[in-house]
Ligand binder design. Structure first.
Ligand code: ATP
Length: 235
């Protein structure tokens, strides 16, 4: 479904990605793990068209998307939930959800999808008239994921969904990530510092170090790999 071929990305003269190659197949949850500053967010932003790719190619469903504008990439069915969530604080929960559907005109289906988000995250239904900025961190993460779902993505890019959240809320969000993948047939590319959790929900994983992929395997194999356990799982 998605393929990165030897992707290099820069911020000015600083090279953040060095020949990153990876694939995500339809129906999978694939995770990219790595330390702070390894280049995980940059990889997602390169896919979304926010960070320019200087060398290499990104192909989505057979079509090169390298150099495409971000809105064109959303139209193709890729939607990113950014790190730090970035919901619209002054807009209500319902209005935030509608913002996610800004490219759609099918109002009946939009209303049905809003209800689908409320059934995934019932707390959002309770808070539907409340300004997004008044939600807790976990609720804002739920809203950010839901807003992305309102675009009906075929590929959902999640950047650190566990960031700053209590373990119980994180667990709840990861359970729903699995539901979104299995029951809503959405392929997921998940960037996480919490490698343990990410590898528990993923089918496959890649390890990024200093902008380079240094390892890839089935998620279960990475969980059982002593080098990964020592470097990323605190075992
Ligand atoms: P984190 O988990 O801390 O977000 P990350 O793995 O997502 O880390 P990136 O945010 O992708 O890492 O950063 C990769 C490298 O690019 C880092 O060295 C970072 O300092 C650098 N970088 C990121 N954004 C910018 C920017 N806007 N300008 C310059 N350098 C940047």
């Amino acid at each position: 479904m998605l393929e990165l071929r030897e992707v290099d990305a820069f911020y000015g003269s600083i090279q953040a990605l060095h020949g990153v190659s990876l694939t995500v197949s339809q129906g999978e949850i694939v995770t990219l793990i790595g330390a702070n500053g390894a280049g995980k967010s940059t990889t997602l932003m390169a896919i979304s068209g926010i960070v320019p790719v200087r060398r290499g190619e990104i192909v989505f469903e057979g079509q090169a998307i390298t150099g495409k504008a971000p809105d064109g990439i959303v139209r193709l069915g890729i939607c990113q939930v950014p790190e730090g969530r970035h919901i619209f604080p002054a807009l209500s929960v319902a209005e935030n959800l509608d913002m996610g559907a800004f490219l759609r005109r099918d109002s009946k289906a939009i209303a049905a999808d809003r209800e689908m988000c409320y059934s995934l995250f019932p707390i959002l239904a309770e808070r539907r008239h409340q300004p997004g900025g008044t939600l807790s961190g976990g609720e804002q993460q739920m809203l950010a994921i839901s807003r992305a779902l309102m675009a009906r993505p075929r590929l959902l890019l999640l950047d650190e969904p566990s960031m700053g959240l209590a373990p119980l809320v994180t667990k709840q969000i990861f359970t729903i990530i699995t539901t979104i993948n299995r029951e809503h047939h959405t392929t997921i590319f998940l960037v996480e510092q919490n490698a343990n959790l990410a590898l528990q929900v993923a089918d496959r994983g890649y390890v990024l170090e200093n902008g380079r992929i240094v390892m890839q395997d089935r998620a279960a194999a990475l969980l059982g790999n002593p080098a990964i356990q020592q470097a990323y799982l605190g075992i």
